[in-house]
Design a binder for this molecule. Sequence first.
Ligand code: NAD
Length: 358
Amino acid sequence: MLMKICVLAGDGIGTEIMEQAQKVLSVVADKYNHELELSYGAIGGHAIDTEGVPLPQKTVDSCRGVDAILLGAVGGPKWDNIEKSIRPERGLLGIRKEFDLFANLRPAILYPELKNASLLRPDIVEKGIDLLVVRELTSGIYFGEPKGEEVRNGKRVAFNTMIYSEDEVRRVAKIAFDTARKRRSKVCSVDKANVLDVSQLWREVVLEVAKDYPDVELTHLYVDNAAMQLVRDPSQFDVIVTSNLFGDILSDEAAVITGSLGMLPSASMGLENPALYEPIHGSAPDIAGKDLANPLATILSVAMMLRHTFALNDEAQAIEDAVKRVLAKGFRTGDIMSPGMEQVGCTEMGGLVVRELS
Ligand code: NAD
């Protein structure tokens, strides 16, 4: 298979982790006889420095026509005080908008080898954590109009609008149900339908979509209960689908209970290619350039890309298994280090995964 991928390394540890991810990608491509067509682009702070904007047109052009985009991370203190409209994160928002990437998929997996890193009690962790949050990414309260701040009766007031159309709910719900079919066939839709009109519509539309997926079990939770259930018994969840605001909070909660920021990949997708794959962590400026970063989240983003964009399940599984074997052998980067394990750097960790693959 020909795989066309645009690589955007970005800032901070972005270049280091991407180097390791690319090593893994080319080994898998060789092993399974796939052809790679890679292109590269600047994004974030690096693009501000070289092109004056966080998402140059050249980068958008390089992404158009590819199957998938692989991104490192953007941002850093160097660009913290520049004008809001050209901050590094604008590069990411721009890509999402340009390709209408409305569904954000964030798995939260606790590797048995890393269970000590979890913030939850051992008896809860024992049951395992392997869930996926599907968050609507391009609508809801972050984008709804009207929004703003004004003075009413001599006092400042500020307001936002939480709004969803049925089409917006339907398309993200479909992605959740389709993804659940590739997992354990369970979807939990999270809303606040007891209070919010917008959540009532959300629930109605999810129920309509569910009719086309009789093989997938659907449940509903109010967001406050979902937040509690995630720490009380995360093993009950397979796929959680929710709106932009609730998903923002719940996906971070799900990530933090695994205790390993450097281990978690993500995908953002629309109805057409390219989809965007990236680790959930940021550019980690405190450790950038020191060969200390954990490249596994980016390597696992490659696995996610192979599974979701290219439907190459064996190849994806091979990468995930290789990562598990490296962990089982006791190798750790600093962020997931525990007593008795062997600490390695970013380059060596990438090399170990490659060795397991080949
Ligand atoms: P961060 O995720 O970059 O770092 C948080 C902490 O986790 C740091 O101590 C860092 O060293 C550590 N860490 C993160 N990833 C790691 C890895 N792979 N291996 C080892 N340790 C790792 O979050 P932050 O410090 O809040 O933000 C730093 C910069 O990244 C900011 O400019 C922020 O805007 C940006 N950011 C970008 C993205 C993105 O590109 N998607 C996401 C979050 C933050």
